[in-house]
Design a protein around this ligand. Sequence first.
Ligand SMILES: *Cc1c(COP(=O)(O)O)cnc(C)c1O
Length: 215
Amino acid sequence: MIRENLKSITSGLHEGVTLVAVSKTKPVEAIMEAYEAGQRVFGENKVQEMTTKYEELPKDIKWHLLGHLQTNKVKYIVPFVDLIHSGDSTKLLSEINRQAGRQQRVVNCLIQIHIAVEETKFGMSYEEAEAFFINGHFRQYEHVNIKGLMGMASNVEDEEQIRNEFRMLKSFYDKVSLNWHKLDVLSMGMSHDYRIAVEEGSTMIRVGSAIFGLR
Ligand SMILES: *Cc1c(COP(=O)(O)O)cnc(C)c1O
C-alpha cells in the first residue's frame, strides 16, 4: 500500500512541491518500502528515533526533524540532518549555530510559526517572528541557514478556517521574503489538509498517515 499511497500523492503534486514522508513511529521496513518506491525525504519528530533510523538506513536519505527540539539534543542531529522544521526560538537557533560550527556544517532551518488555535503547539507568534526577522540577529549565525517557515493548521473540520490559516502564513512568508530575508521553503500541509495547503502556496508538505497508515 505504501507504494500506491506515495504514487497517488505525488502524481497530484506540481513540481515545486516537496513531499516529506513522515515516518515517525514506523519501522525501518516501512521506510525501505517507500525508499524503494523512490522516496528520499523522510521526517521524524524525535531525535533518538531519527538518529537510530539514520544509522540503519541508506545514506542518501534526507532526514527532516519536525518536532520540538531541545537544546541539549541538537548535537546528535547536526552531523546529518538535512532540514530542521521546528526552529522556534533564538536560544535554539543559537545552539544549532554553535554545534554546527563545532562540526563545520551549515544547518538548514525553518522558523516554526504558531498558526493554530490550539495552545499546545510550539512555534513563534507572528509578532515574535516579525521581530525576529526585523532585528536580524540571526544574520550572525554563520552555521544556520534560515530557509523558510513551517506551520501547522488547527486540527478542525472547518476547511475555511484551515485555508485562512495557511493563507495568512503564506502572506507572512511573502512579507518576510520581500522585506527582510529571502525565503524559499514554506512547509505547510499534513495528511488531512495538504491539498488545501498546496492550493494556498505550500512548497513542502509533511505527510505521514496518508502514506504509512494510522499510527
Ligand atoms: C506527525 C506530523 C506530521 C504528519 O502527520 P499526518 O497527519 O500523519 O500526516 C506532519 N507534521 C508534523 C509537525 C508532525 O508532527
